[in-house]
Write a protein that binds this ligand. Structure first.
Ligand code: GLC
Ligand code: GLC
Length: 660
């Protein structure tokens, strides 16, 4: 019976969707008459609209159907989409069509990403354009620029407190510079990735200013409360993301005499998506950003965009509906555009954002955390346990595998995965925090705490890849052996993210083994946020060292990291087996060695990775069956291995084995 009801409800909603579109058609026709678009482009929009409208309507109806002004908003949404398609450059429309015909383009082994801050890397967008050859020399085909839009004065959370989505921070350049850069990147086969910071605006965004000036319409863009009654009720089940900024999730605003919902910093005001005007307004901003020439939008802080009393207000069903609605609209108006999810939450929740209908790609925070976990413990049990049931993703989607980013490291593995191998998650997180802040005896790491919460004992970790992997300590102690080990640890981790399945993403600076930068503490706008420790300025003189071939001491470590990374990236791009996502673990019968096979259209690559500084031996027969072959060649070192012998892996060695 329920089936019947559901069908009935479905028919009902399809009927409503059809009728609504019929009613809106004349408005669309009117709109087309005012734009000078050729017939073919118009038709392609109409086709996509017909295909995606039913689902879009259903989502918006579920989110906003009971609002008195629903029909007004839906009309505006449709016209906004038409306007966005009309505003797209010919080049973008051409890319759209290619991607509609080749929807797997981002699953290729050829895709390799990098992320940078424009100011720290090259001062501004103009100079950045001159650095395209650098990206190419590394082999990058995907470039994430950290937020570069106009921000509030003073602390701006590294660009995440945006006061205007339509203008570039004047210190970095202009929207035209951004467009030019996008063209230059495109001409060089590099996709542009920008953030869509849609959970909050800065407190000086126009909407927030109008709200402060008393505009009721704009006050409804945010969550404002006249007293503590509601905030206190919400607070009972909320987490604190930035507990050192202030306790709780609300900030008192003297001018308005209201509490403002601020999940992150006090000056980042959460947008109220239960108001359809907010959805529509942000849709316009999204299309504007997309049309500057963006290939992939990184959806910032996706988990937080819907609030529900009595919950932690993260990962609510409506958050998914909202992203799906944005996705449908992108399919209609900017069909080449992909979404990347930034959900740094429990692994069960991370994966719920990943689908061709929602975010096609996603950060893989669990793999990131567990690679560091394996490095600390020298064991891969938790990593293997987790990968065994969490790596697989839906068709036409991909992980983005990374080791460091501009944010902290949180130990977001699943407690049950830990329990399954006999590990107490609470104690283990404490151990990892001790280890990565260098407190644990014998630790090689030089991380610092981020957002330590004295009440819960929670903290996350800041630090550059090299400092966390032991290079800083080794250099301070001037210990050659330790330097070697640190170098090997870094290459081991990169060897995994480059091969395990998904898009590898370097946080630039990693390719030089850049160390923690303690200078941030002298800048009042940064001092309160230890994440600045791992946001160092690019040092272009490193490139001269590389050219000189005479680098010595630490310079030689840097050039070795750089040239090895360059070579590994090249190898990845020449290995069709590394396309896509499919990965099968190999039982290595050795807790220090992770093993997996990658297969694609008859190509195979076996990866063995030793997470300890001791030599490890595994039975060659394991490979013979897993990877079908008697002789293997390691792509990285060139050495060959017969499977009749035991396989020996040196300290932190990683092998990419092809059968020969
Ligand atoms: C995202 C960003 C982080 C920022 C936060 C608030 O998580 O990665 O840097 O602090 O959102 O925008
Ligand atoms: C939390 C949030 C994540 C954000 C990070 C910044 O982990 O879930 O979105 O990037 O804090 O530290």
């Amino acid at each position: 019976m329920t089936g019947l009801n559901n069908n009935g409800a479905l028919d009902e909603i399809s009927f409503k969707a059809d009728l609504t579109l019929q009613r809106l058609r004349p408005r669309l026709e009117e709109h087309w008459r005012r734009t000078s678009m050729d017939e073919a482009d118009r038709r392609s929009f109409d086709n996509r609209l017909a295909e995606h409208w039913p689902l879009l309507f259903k989502l918006l109806y579920r989110l906003y159907g009971d609002r008195y002004d629903f029909f007004y908003h839906i009309e505006r949404v449709l016209l906004t989409a038409a306007g966005a398609w009309a505003d797209r450059s010919d080049r973008l429309r051409e890319t759209d069509l290619h991607r509609v015909n080749d929807p797997s383009w981002f699953l290729s082994e050829g895709v390799v990403g990098g992320a940078i801050y424009v100011d720290l890397f090259s001062e501004n967008l103009g100079r950045l354009r001159e650095q395209v050859p650098y990206f190419k020399s590394l082999g990058l085909t995907y470039l994430h620029l950290m937020p570069l839009f106009a921000v509030r004065p003073g602390d701006n959370d590294g660009g995440y407190a945006i006061s205007n989505y339509r203008s570039v921070d004047p210190r970095l350049g202009t929207i035209d510079d951004l467009r030019l850069l996008a063209e230059e990147l495109h001409a060089n086969g590099i996709s542009l990735v920008l953030d869509f910071v849609f959970n909050h605006t800065a407190d000086d965004h126009e909407w927030a200013q109008l709200a402060q000036a008393g505009s009721r319409e704009h006050q409804e863009f945010y969550y404002l409360f006249p007293d503590r009654t509601e905030p206190d009720r919400y607070e009972q089940s909320l987490r604190e993301v930035f507990p050192t900024v202030r306790r709780g999730n609300f900030t008192w605003h003297d001018g308005m005499q209201q509490w403002v919902w601020t999940t992150f910093n006090n000056f980042q005001w959460d947008l109220n998506y239960s108001n359809p005007a907010v959805f529509r307004a942000m849709l316009e901003e999204m299309f504007f950003i997309a049309n500057t020439g963006v290939d992939i939008l990184r959806l910032d802080a996706v988990a937080f965009i819907w609030k529900r009393l009595g919950t932690n207000c993260e990962n609510q069903p409506e958050a998914h509906m909202l992203i799906q609605a944005f996705n449908r609209l992108a399919r209609i108006a900017t069909p080449g555009l992909l979404f990347k999810s930034e959900a740094i939450v429990h692994p069960d929740e991370v994966v719920r954002y990943i689908s061709p209908k929602e975010c096609q790609i996603s950060y893989n925070p669990t793999l990131m955390a567990l690679l560091w976990e394996s490095l600390a413990t020298r064991r891969v049990r938790l990593l293997r346990q987790t990968l065994s049931h969490r790596h697989k993703l839906p068709e036409q989607t991909s992980w983005v595998n990374y080791l460091r980013c501009h944010d902290d490291i949180g130990w977001t593995f699943d407690d049950a995965d830990a329990a399954a191998i006999g590990v107490n998650a609470y104690d283990h997180r404490r151990f990892l925090n001790d280890f990565y802040t260098g407190q644990f005896p014998g630790s090689f790491a030089r991380g610092v705490p981020f957002q330590e919460n004295p009440q819960t004992g929670d903290m996350r970790i800041s630090g550059t890849m090299a400092s966390l992997a032991g290079l800083e300590q080794a250099i301070d102690e001037d210990d050659e052996e330790k330097k070697e080990l640190a170098l090997k640890r870094m290459l081991l981790l990169h060897g995994v993210t480059l091969s395990i399945g998904g898009i590898p993403l370097l946080y630039l600076g990693e390719e030089w083994g850049m160390l923690n930068d303690y200078e941030f503490a002298n800048d009042p706008a940064k001092a309160g946020d230890t994440r600045w420790i791992h946001r160092p300025k690019m040092q272009w003189e490193f490139l001269d060292e590389l050219d000189d071939h005479i680098a010595s001491g630490n310079g030689s470590i840097r050039t070795r990291i750089f040239t090895t990374m360059q070579r590994m990236i090249k190898l990845r791009k020449e290995s069709p087996a590394l396309s896509g996502q499919a990965m099968d673990l190999i039982g290595t019968s050795n807790d220090h060695v992770l093993g997996y096979v990658r297969r694609f259209e008859g190509h195979r690559l076996v990866v063995l990775a030793n997470f300890s500084e001791e030599e490890q031996v595994i039975d060659g027969n394991k490979l013979r069956t897993a990877a079908i072959g008697r002789f293997f060649q390691d792509e990285i070192s060139g050495a060959t291995y017969p499977t009749s012998d035991p396989m020996r892996l040196g300290a932190y060695q990683i092998l990419w084995l092809k059968s020969v």
